[in-house]
Design a protein around this ligand. Structure first.
Ligand code: 5GP
Length: 193
């Protein structure tokens, strides 16, 4: 294992995975950290309700009050409001950081921009759906109501050009295994730099 420190400005690689809702980011990052023991996936906080069938540890699910207190304590590396809920990355510390050297954040675009501003060395991988129709199918498959699906699609369409512009790497999630292979290659290339 490579050495690590809870200070993100040190040698750690910060991999930010972003992209529109329904693109499969969650599945990709789960597979990515399974494949590479040097990667640690940061667990976000959210005020969104847990979906039916969603893992209890998918997020730290908190109330808006708890989230806001954490903001005022300076407890987030970045946070944002996304379609009516708060989402944020807690600052890595000894309690929540098990110590894999390189960190993976799976966050939306506003958060990705905040991380890039603080840590210009962070690598932004922007994931694209193979098609809008496939993205819509995936969003519907999660059981969200129609208005939520449409809101997420509209937001995705608006943000895609910004994501393309900001990204260090663009990856099309056409087939999970292939996509994860491509991401592993990117991570290894960045480590070698
Ligand atoms: P969902 O509600 O589908 O789980 O997540 C909605 C969006 O919030 C997704 O684009 C997801 O990547 C993003 N997200 C999850 N955690 C965080 C976080 O800690 N910070 C930010 N900025 N976005 C997050």
């Amino acid at each position: 294992m490579r050495p690590y420190s809870t200070n993100l400005a040190d040698e750690r690689l910060i991999i930010v995975v972003s992209g529109p809702g329904g693109v499969g980011k969650g599945t990709i990052v789960d597979a990515l950290v399974q494949r590479d023991p040097n990667l640690w996936l940061s667990r976000s906080w959210t005020t969104r309700e847990r979906r039916d069938g969603e893992a209890e540890n998918a997020y730290v699910f908190v109330s808006a009050g708890d989230f806001e207190s954490h903001i005022s304590r300076g407890g987030f590396l970045e946070w944002t409001e996304f379609l009516g809920n708060y989402y944020g990355t807690p600052r890595p510390d000894e309690r929540n950081d098990p110590g894999a050297p390189d960190i993976v954040l799976e966050i939306e675009l506003d958060g990705a921009q905040q991380v890039k501003q603080q840590y210009p060395q962070a690598i932004l991988i922007f994931v694209l759906p193979p098609s809008r129709a496939e993205q819509e199918r995936r969003l519907r498959g999660r059981g969200d109501p129609d208005d939520k699906v449409f809101a997420r699609l509209r937001k995705a369409e608006k943000e895609e050009p910004i994501g393309r512009e900001l990204a260090d790497y663009l990856v099309v999630n056409d087939e999970l295994e292939r996509t994860v292979d491509e991401m592993i290659n990117i991570v290894n290339r960045e480590r070698a730099r």
